[in-house]
Design a protein around this ligand. Structure first.
Ligand SMILES: C[S@@+](CC[C@H](N)C(=O)[O-])C[C@H]1O[C@@H](n2cnc3c(N)ncnc32)[C@H](O)[C@@H]1O
Length: 392
């Protein structure tokens, strides 16, 4: 049984991974400031919320045990991630940012001296822009008595069809570091995004006409208009079985082109997604991921993931193209959970207990792909024997 202290717990991806690989752990405490995330954590892991230390800055480390085996801390990434303000650990006035909460995790590590500490954050932490911050992280952990091993791992190399790069920093207390930790080898990706899609999805997840047309872009609008003009004629002549359903008309119409030969219609099997490229759009086929954030943006590119999801965002801006008929819709909460390596039952229990759709999307997008952590833990526990851990 290993003793675990979980910081910035979210929905507990580290805990889920330990469970999945059969490592018993005793949870000393978890620590999560967000009430909804805390509730979600307690539901998924069947832990009483009284175990939550809440604000990491308020942790009184003298009350924590001195024999902790593992501290996990996926500290906030908002000030480092490309999508954020990129202030690093301090803002312009020298105040600590949310990502600066790293120093709180460091304080807990320094005071409790666990055998192992594992951090996770966005890949950008290892970029040139954040050299200062990343060096600070590594240097301060070294000074606290830890050897650090770090690597950027992508979820798509560990069995999950999501292109999600994250840096993992495994810190091993120097007095027990008699092995050299190696990060897990990549494995072949067998699953595709389409394999993780639900079969029966409520209409509310499908994009509204207005948004759809924005995503599809102006070039397509003309085509769409032309299509409407000719539609009756085609329908009357009964040339297309696909054009006469309501859903097809709303969305699928944009995927037809009239090829100039009268009375003939050519069906295309992709949707055009507006992008800031020379071509002006990217083709999204059934089973492709589409980032539908800022549909009108003229600067976005790389919106489409071919057969695998882009890094999941924290709200319902993760789209997917589905077949029969070809349409664009949001990924459901459950699909997002699957893409993070969680079980359907984890998502169900949150829904059943009144956690909103918005919160579930946020919690999934903030989490860590469980399969990556499973692979990492297997390497770790095969190399080192802590707290009588055994990997099954
Ligand atoms: C990147 S997420 C970590 C998610 C987690 N690794 C998981 O498996 O779901 C960072 C978390 O830190 C929490 N957080 C932010 N400030 C905090 C604070 N002062 N004390 C405790 N938790 C905090 C956020 O609410 C968020 O859930």
């Amino acid at each position: 049984m290993i003793k675990l202290l979980s910081l910035f717990s979210g929905i507990g991806a580290f805990e889920k991974a330990l469970n999945n690989i059969g490592v018993d752990y005793e949870l000393v405490n978890y620590c999560e400031i967000d009430k909804q995330a805390s509730k979600a954590y307690s539901l998924i892991h069947n832990v009483d919320e009284s175990k939550n230390l809440k604000d990491v800055t308020k942790i009184d480390t003298s009350k924590l045990p001195k024999d902790i085996d593992l501290i996990t801390y996926g500290f906030p990434c908002q000030d480092i991630s490309i999508a954020g303000k990129q202030n690093g650990f301090e803002d312009n006035e020298g105040n600590r940012t949310r990502s600066g909460l790293f120093f709180e995790a460091l304080r807990v590590i320094e005071d409790t001296k666990p055998k192992i500490a594992i951090a996770e954050n966005v890949k950008a932490l290892t970029s040139k822009r954040f050299t200062k911050e990343f060096n600070t992280v590594l240097k301060s952990l070294d000074e606290a008595g830890y050897n650090c091993y770090w690597k950027v791992l992508n979820a798509k190399n560990y069995g999950i069809p999501q292109n999600r790069d994250r840096v993992f920093i495994v810190s091993v207390r120097k007095d027990i570091d008699n092995f050299e930790f190696h990060f897990p080898q990549s494995i072949e990706l067998k699953l595709r995004l389409k394999d993780l899609l639900e079969s029966d999805v409520d209409e509310k997840y499908y994009l509204s006409d207005k948004l759809e047309i924005c995503v599809l872009g102006n070039a397509v609008n003309k085509q769409l208009k032309d299509m409407y003009k000719r539609e009756n004629a085609y329908l009357n002549k009964d040339i297309s079985y696909t054009i006469n359903t309501k859903s097809q008309r709303r969305v699928g119409d944009t995927n037809y082109i009239v090829d100039g030969i009268e009375n003939e219609i050519q069906v295309k099997d992709f949707i055009k997604i507006k992008e800031a490229t020379k071509k002006g759009y990217a083709e999204a086929h059934a089973g492709d991921y589409v980032n539908i954030q800022y549909p009108n943006s003229k600067t976005r590119r790389g919106r489409v993931g071919n057969g695998i999801a882009n890094t999941l965002l924290t709200s319902k801006e993760n789209g997917v193209v589905v077949d029969n008929p070809l349409r664009l819709r949001n990924l459901t909460e459950k699909e997002c959970f699957r893409l993070m390596g969680f079980d359907d039952s984890d998502c169900d229990i949150l829904k059943d207990n009144g956690i909103s759709m918005t919160q579930i999307y946020k919690q999934a997008g903030n989490s860590i792909v469980v399969d990556v952590l499973e692979a990492l833990f297997k390497e770790l526990f095969n190399a080192i024997y802590i707290g009588e851990s055994e990997v099954s």
